[in-house]
Design a protein around this ligand. Structure first.
Ligand code: NAP
Length: 324
């Protein structure tokens, strides 16, 4: 008998066909809550779940005694209780590497857009306000030659830093759990304590995962340590930042601008003060959202779940301990 799979995320027809050849596949719309009682009968027999933004709770796991693997179509897995999975011997797979460069592109887009006031000025042109050459009130700030402070220096942080150092002649400083001597040689990057980095960087770009230690890592005290000309970029997770403190810092000139792909609560409410500020570029969590990258992420998740359910080692396994 074929093993059963639940899909709750975007897969191509070819990817769905690949899974359907091997498994019984049930596709659930994104609007359906996985833990809806209507899904209990389905979950009771399910061996694998694949999707993005999956709402996994211990209670849901209790209803799925045959579950062997969850394959999230994302690199971040802060929405999934990993310890609970491991305790039950359930594998968790994610999609690192294939989204690194695209997410770094998004980070650099935000650096350029905030520094050069691209969105604000493009809207100004569309509003027919361009009647004469602009003056200093609308000038931006240079990016090249400035200091880029990376908070988190893993795959994505390093890829943003490469763009800055090699493309824009930026000095790179970083704060990270462990030192990265290879990147210090490759890019001349220098490690700093977080407070030193905040005071020295022209651009502070956050790329740490959301964990118990990083939740609200950047708050009022941290913004106060940044330069008044400093620009804050977040492409990690909204909850790494105290959003009220960020709003206060932007409203009171504590920092100059912010480029944000992620927010405490998504989708961002239309009433958020962030949306009223001309010095904020807000994006709808598009870090990895290109056709090519989303397809590669989905394929990685398909490969992960196929291998796991066939008793082989998945490519990107988060909780090695679940296999023992
Ligand atoms: P990664 O390679 O694991 O890098 C994370 C880095 O953060 C690692 O270097 C790690 O240090 C460091 N770190 C972890 N906890 C820390 C702490 N408490 N203090 C200081 N440094 C800490 O992950 P990645 O692939 O770069 O992805 C990073 C995050 O970006 C993901 O978790 C996800 O939340 C987010 N993301 C967002 C989007 C988007 O759409 N905006 C897209 C992709 C990813 P070590 O090297 O010492 O372990």
């Amino acid at each position: 008998m074929k093993k059963q799979l639940v899909v709750q995320g975007r897969l191509s027809d070819a990817q769905l066909a690949e899974l359907s050849d091997l498994f019984e596949v049930e596709v659930l719309p994104k609007t359906t809550a996985l833990n809806d009682p209507a899904n209990h009968a389905l979950l009771a027999n399910v061996h694998g779940i694949i999707g993005s933004g999956l709402a996994i709770t211990p209670q849901l796991l209790d209803t799925a005694p045959k579950l062997e693997v969850i394959a999230t179509i994302s690199v971040g897995y802060d929405n999934i209780p990993v310890d609970e999975l491991t305790k039950r011997g359930i594998m968790l797979c994610n999609t690192p590497d294939v989204l690194t460069e695209t997410t770094a592109d998004t980070g650099f887009t935000l650096i350029m857009a905030t520094a050069r006031r691209v969105v604000e000025l493009a809207e100004w042109v569309k509003a027919d306000k361009w009647q004469a050459s602009i003056g200093p009130a609308l000038f931006g700030s240079d990016v090249h030659g400035k200091t880029l402070g990376m908070v988190g220096f893993g795959r994505i942080g390093q890829a943003v830093a490469r763009r800055g150092a090699l493309g824009f002649g930026m000095k790179v400083i970083y704060s990270n759990a462990s030192p990265k001597p290879e990147l210090e040689s490759e890019l001349g990057a220098q490690r700093r304590e977080l407070n030193e980095l905040l005071a020295e960087a022209d651009f502070v770009c956050v790329t740490v995962p959301l964990t118990a230690e990083t939740e609200r890592l950047v708050g009022a005290q941290e913004f106060a340590q940044m330069k008044p000309s400093g620009i804050f970029i977040n492409i990690a997770r909204g909850k790494v930042v105290d959003e009220s403190a960020l709003i206060h810092a932007l409203e009171n000139g504590v920092i100059q601008a912010a480029g944000l792909d992620v927010f405490e609560k998504e989708p961002l409410s239309a009433s958020s003060p962030l949306l009223k500020m001309s010095n904020v570029v807000a994006l709808p969590h598009i870090g990895s959202a290109t056709h090519e990258t989303r397809d590669a992420m989905a394929q990685r998740a398909v490969d992960n779940i196929r291998l796991a359910l066939q008793g082989e080692r998945p490519i990107s396994l988060v909780n090695e301990e679940a296999c023992r």
